[in-house]
Design a protein around this ligand. Structure first.
Ligand SMILES: NC(=O)c1ccc[n+]([C@@H]2O[C@H](COP(=O)([O-])OP(=O)(O)OC[C@H]3O[C@@H](n4cnc5c(N)ncnc54)[C@H](OP(=O)(O)O)[C@@H]3O)[C@@H](O)[C@H]2O)c1
Length: 240
């Protein structure tokens, strides 16, 4: 099992939910972690929660993944602060659920720009730094929605299906540079993602900490092996 102590990571959308849990787990294992988000208030509230997981150090950076220049600045700031980059976790994501006929073009763009184009921006900015270190890891937080489409999910499901294809193409592209690309496809996770209520369904949904544990397991896997795709489900989903 590989030790992660001293590595440097960026977690996009690390101020709440799954990203926050991943950032805490990394810091707990001695990783220096930069988390990004849109809201300065959410980042400020998250910072002490991540620091408390110590010993790794923490940086918070306001950066919208939909904006190429902000993403590049965040990656560069992380490298300047911690001296390099080993791990990129593309977690930031949004869901807007509506029939296609009712979905406004701006809503379509918000979902695709965040969940798919934002991942490209972050990978594009991070790859030269990962290569400079002689290798690293990219973990993309996708969703089972990427392979199980549902009504009112056209934008979200398409963004995650696109992310799955992006991840597999990138995996093949950079594996010989010692960069391993994995994507995790959770089912329902107990966060404020769709309802705004982190407690809703907490009795049956996946815990954000369980997603974080999967991410840490991927990062610790011996370098000869690559778990490229992980499906993670609630063991007993609510019966409809
Ligand atoms: N919850 C689920 O059931 C579930 C299931 C499968 C997959 N996922 C995926 O898991 C990921 C995290 O979801 P979650 O449930 O943790 O959601 P969440 O609780 O709503 O948290 C989303 C995080 O992403 C950030 N974010 C959103 N848009 C951003 C942008 N444009 N630029 C930078 N940061 C942005 C948010 O920052 P602000 O606070 O600044 O908005 C927040 O930190 C998403 O990719 C989602 O699709 C979730």
């Amino acid at each position: 099992m590989q030790s992660l102590r001293g590595k440097v990571a960026i977690v996009t959308g690390g101020s709440r939910g799954i990203g926050l849990a991943i950032a805490r787990a990394l810091v707990h294992d001695g990783v220096q972690v930069a988390v990004t988000g849109r809201s300065a208030a959410h980042l400020s509230a998250a910072r002490p929660k991540i620091e408390a997981a110590g010993p790794g150090k923490v940086e918070t950076l306001q950066a919208d993944v939909r904006k190429h220049d902000e993403v590049t600045r965040a990656v560069d700031a992380t490298v300047a602060r911690f001296g390099g980059l080993d791990i990129l976790v593309n977690n930031a994501g949004v869901g807007i659920f509506a029939d296609v006929a009712a979905m406004a073009p701006e809503q379509w763009s918000e979902v695709l720009d965040t969940n798919l184009t934002g991942v490209y921006y972050a990978c594009h900015a991070a790859l030269p730094h990962l290569k400079k270190r002689g290798g690293g890891f990219i973990i993309n937080i996708s969703s089972l929605a990427g392979k199980n489409p549902f009504t009112q999910g056209a934008a979200y499901c398409a963004s995650k299906a696109g992310l799955n294809a992006f991840s597999e193409a990138l995996m093949q592209e950079v594996r010989y540079d010692n960069i391993r690309v994995s994507y995790v496809m959770p089912g329902s996770v107990a966060t404020g993602f769709s309802s705004g209520d982190e407690q809703k369904g907490v009795d049956w949904k996946i815990s954000p900490d369980d997603v974080a544990e999967v991410v840490l397991d991927l990062l610790r896997l011996d370098s000869r092996s690559l778990a490229s795709r992980v499906e993670l489900r609630p063991s007993k989903p609510k019966k409809s």
